[in-house]
Design a protein around this ligand. Structure first.
Ligand code: UD1
Length: 384
């Protein structure tokens, strides 16, 4: 298994191009199943294929296959180790459209001789469901009549998927709000689409710039999608400027600790929590980070502590007392964003940080090591 060696203490400076969004590309690739005609998806990097093969793809194809073939059987997803990842809300949506759902032998089967528009609520204790909203939307585009999704996820990736479906001929209104209305059509056709920039990759590079940047400029980003990351970074003392599809980050005079709560979009994203913990571990003062979307998503904390961080995990809240210096250590990547956090922590640590199990990071980042090296980092990939 490949590992990454991060030589700490190098300063970052320069420009980095952000790739297409992994979380958009995944359901959009699944949505191409809704038509027999060819579709062209640009800026879908290589990462999605890997994801499609290995993890939550099974879930994403349920909606389109149900829509087109009226039947789908897939393996229940394993996915990242970030706590339980149920799909009850996806299934509730399919049932509302008239599908029968059966789970057996590790598979879930959805079957609907006919799909009929209905009103469905996708609200859960932890907010709405992003992939669930996409899945129900994909099943509903070919249903008879009108479907209303209440408590829909408002994430930009849902809007991107809706825009692709609309380009294919679907009738969808309200994507990006809590209520999405879909009027079923008879069939969809092929379409071309460019996926939105990856706001989590962009956020990760902003934190890299915060951690060890003189000045780092991100290109091909949508600053509007990043407001919830930009504001706390400003509050933490960094200078951030955005102009068109560029964002620059530069150090301020002093880093300040933060209080952060992860919540669904447009709030602070759970997918940026681990990276921010890496920054705050080395920021003077006491920071408090609470996870409200995936309450068990704290596997990176034990690893950061191995690097000398002072973090007290109290339920779904990490109380971080900044230390002046982290020290390089062998660490284990447990999930995608946790691995990114460990690489970021390594940038500011003394000596060498050895991040093992980097396949996690490659599932979600397009050449993160190469991109950081272009900015001045010293990161080696050791092939197994
Ligand atoms: C997507 C993103 C992931 C991000 C997450 C939250 C993709 C490929 N992944 O994951 O990177 O961390 O959104 O922004 O787009 N839930 C239920 N029942 C369900 C579905 C979800 O209770 O049927 C709960 C989950 O356990 C979690 C919360 O709802 O607590 C949000 O999960 P969800 O939005 O579904 O995450 P994903 O769409 O899987």
């Amino acid at each position: 298994m490949d590992k990454i060696l991060v030589h700490g203490g190098r300063r970052l400076r320069g420009n980095v191009k952000i790739s297409g969004s992994k979380n958009s590309a995944l359901p959009i690739l699944a949505a191409t199943l809704l038509t027999k005609e060819p579709c062209t998806i640009s800026r879908a990097t290589q990462a999605p294929y890997d994801i499609v093969r290995k993890m939550r793809a099974s879930v994403c194809i349920l909606g389109p296959l149900l829509g087109r073939e009226h039947e789908a059987t897939v393996s229940l997803p394993g996915g990242c180790v970030i706590g339980d990842r149920p799909i009850d809300l996806h299934l509730r949506g399919f049932e509302a459209l008239g599908a029968a759902v059966k789970v057996s032998g590790g598979n879930v089967k959805v079957l609907a001789p006919k799909l009929t528009g209905a009103t469905v609520s996708l609200r859960s204790t932890f907010g709405s469901t992003v992939l669930g909203t996409g899945n129900v939307m994909m099943a509903a585009v070919l249903a008879d009549g009108t479907t209303v999704i209440d408590g829909a996820a408002e994430e930009p990736e849902v809007v991107d998927l809706a825009n692709f479906l609309i380009a294919m001929g679907a009738k969808i209104e309200g994507a990006g709000t809590r209520t999405i209305t879909i009027e079923g059509v008879k069939e969809l056709h092929g379409a071309e689409h460019e996926v939105i920039p990856d706001r989590i990759e962009a956020g990760t590079f902003l934190v890299a710039g915060a951690i060890s940047g003189d000045e780092v400029t991100l290109h091909r980003v949508n600053p509007e999608h990043l407001q919830a990351v930009i504001s706390p970074l400003r509050e933490a003392g960094f200078h951030i400027e955005s102009n068109g599809n560029k964002i620059s980050i530069a150090p301020g005079t002093k880093r300040r600790p933060l209080k952060l709560d992860t919540v669904p979009y447009p709030g602070f994203p759970t997918d940026m929590q681990a990276q921010m913990c890496a920054l705050l571990a080395n920021t003077d003062g006491i920071s408090v980070v609470s996870e409200h979307v995936f309450p068990n998503r704290f596997m990176h904390i034990a690893e950061l502590k191995r690097m000398g961080a002072n973090i007290d995990l109290q339920g779904a809240t990490a109380v971080i007392t900044g230390v002046p210096q982290l020290s390089g250590a062998p660490v284990m990547a447990s999930d995608l964003r946790a691995s990114a956090a460990l690489v970021l922590a390594g940038l500011q640590a003394d000596g060498i940080t050895e991040v093992n199990r980097v396949y996690h990071i490659d599932r979600g980042y397009d050449s993160i090591d190469e991109k950081l090296n272009e900015l001045g980092a010293e990161i080696e990939r050791v092939k197994a």
